[in-house]
Design a binder for this molecule. Structure first.
Ligand code: GLY
Length: 369
């Protein structure tokens, strides 16, 4: 096993932290955390599936570093990102005697990271936490940047807090147990970061797309490191999403609406974001007069990565309604992140007529398969 490590720093002053990336970093979580804290106890939060795969490894690493560890398991699946589950986790932190100086470790995908991070943010008005993301999507996106939260019946992510972790441990060896759908969902975010970053990140991804599609393990650290470095830079520039951080919503205006219109669970988040980026690239031609070559280059990247169109139909009127209900609508206008070229983006308000035309076109094409 290679012991190569990449450390990406999220530069946020006294709240700054390292993202440690490489094969086997989960086994170093205990010693790495010991270097950061004098805490006596750790609450190790994981879903039951991830606990079965990696719980013991992290548990032992924490014990060896002298921590007393309280496992807190939750059911696997999106349903755990709920207000009720957060209440249950908070009660269990209290019962385990977790104090203000102790640490919550979130071991798992985005649901676990968001849930455990939110609990850490509100327990005793905020205690330290560590992200140990086990999906590609969580390694390149949700574990970095401090967005935590749970869903409410009224909508996704409606209760949350910005709460930065103490550190992120992204072990790329665990990505081998992901399903193909989870892998592709993560690749969608990797592609999004490369398109927004441009330069070496974009050319590296183009050159390595086929290897990533084939899930060559040697390629994963390079993809995670580049996407994480891009995200870290964006978060450092705009932690609370007043400006630059909005670029991370590339593909999300249409993508979220598609997820909602198609019914959550019928399309993965990543596949929806890819469709969103396809949609935005068409809109960019209408609104900014972007050269069609940009859309073609994006499409070639998606094809290289195996991010094919999902066999999915959704009513364009329902997608438009869902877009208008989205958090990204401001002052009644639909806002899209649009790419002018790899590495060059802009946020634009887009007329209803353009959105409707392109939604109908998307739907026709999806219907043809
Ligand atoms: N996932 C988008 C962000 O962290 O801002």
């Amino acid at each position: 096993m290679s012991s190569a490590r990449t450390i990406v720093r999220v530069e946020l002053g006294e709240r700054g932290y390292d993202v440690r990336i490489g094969r086997g970093v989960l086994a170093e979580l205990g010693s790495g955390l010991r270097a950061l804290t004098k805490a006596a106890r750790v609450a190790l939060v994981a879903d039951e599936r991830v606990w079965g795969l990696y719980g013991e490894r992290v548990f032992s690493s924490l014990l060896s570093a002298g921590f007393r560890v309280s496992p807190v398991t939750v059911p696997a699946g999106e349903g755990s990102k709920s207000w009720d589950r957060a209440g249950d986790v908070l009660e269990r932190l209290a019962t385990a005697g977790i104090s203000r100086d102790d640490v919550v470790v979130a071991l798992g995908g985005g649901v676990t990271g968001d849930l455990a991070g939110f609990c850490a943010a509100v327990y005793m008005r905020g205690i330290p936490f560590v992200q140990a993301p086990t999906t590609l999507l969580a390694q390149v996106d949700s574990s970095i940047g401090g967005k935590t939260g749970v869903d409410l019946a009224a909508g996704k992510n409606l209760a949350g807090a910005f709460w930065q972790p103490l550190a992120v441990f992204a072990d790329t060896s665990v990505l081998q147990t992901l399903s193909d759908e989870e892998w592709s969902s993560g690749l969608a975010e990797v592609a999004k970061c490369a398109l927004l970053a441009g330069g070496e990140s974009y050319t590296w991804l183009k050159d390595n797309a086929e290897r990533l599609r084939a899930r060559e393990p040697d390629c994963a650290p390079g993809a995670v490191s580049r996407a994480a470095a891009f995200k870290a830079g964006v978060v450092a520039a705009d932690e609370r999403e007043f400006g630059t951080r909005e670029c991370l919503n590339y593909g999300h205006t249409f993508g979220h609406a598609l997820e909602r219109a198609a019914g959550y669970g019928s399309i993965s988040h990543g596949a929806a974001v890819v469709e969103g980026m396809r949609f935005a690239a068409a809109v960019a031609e209408d609104v900014l007069g972007v050269d069609p070559g940009v859309r073609a280059a994006q499409e070639a990247l998606f094809e290289g990565l195996g991010l094919v169109r999902p066999p999915l139909r959704a009513d364009p009127a329902e997608i438009s309604r869902a877009m208008r209900r989205d958090k990204k609508v401001r002052g009644g206008a639909l806002r899209f992140v649009l790419l002018k070229a790899p590495g060059v983006w802009e946020v634009a308000t887009v007329d209803e007529a353009v959105v409707e035309k392109r939604s109908a076109e998307w739907s026709d094409r999806a219907g043809r398969g």
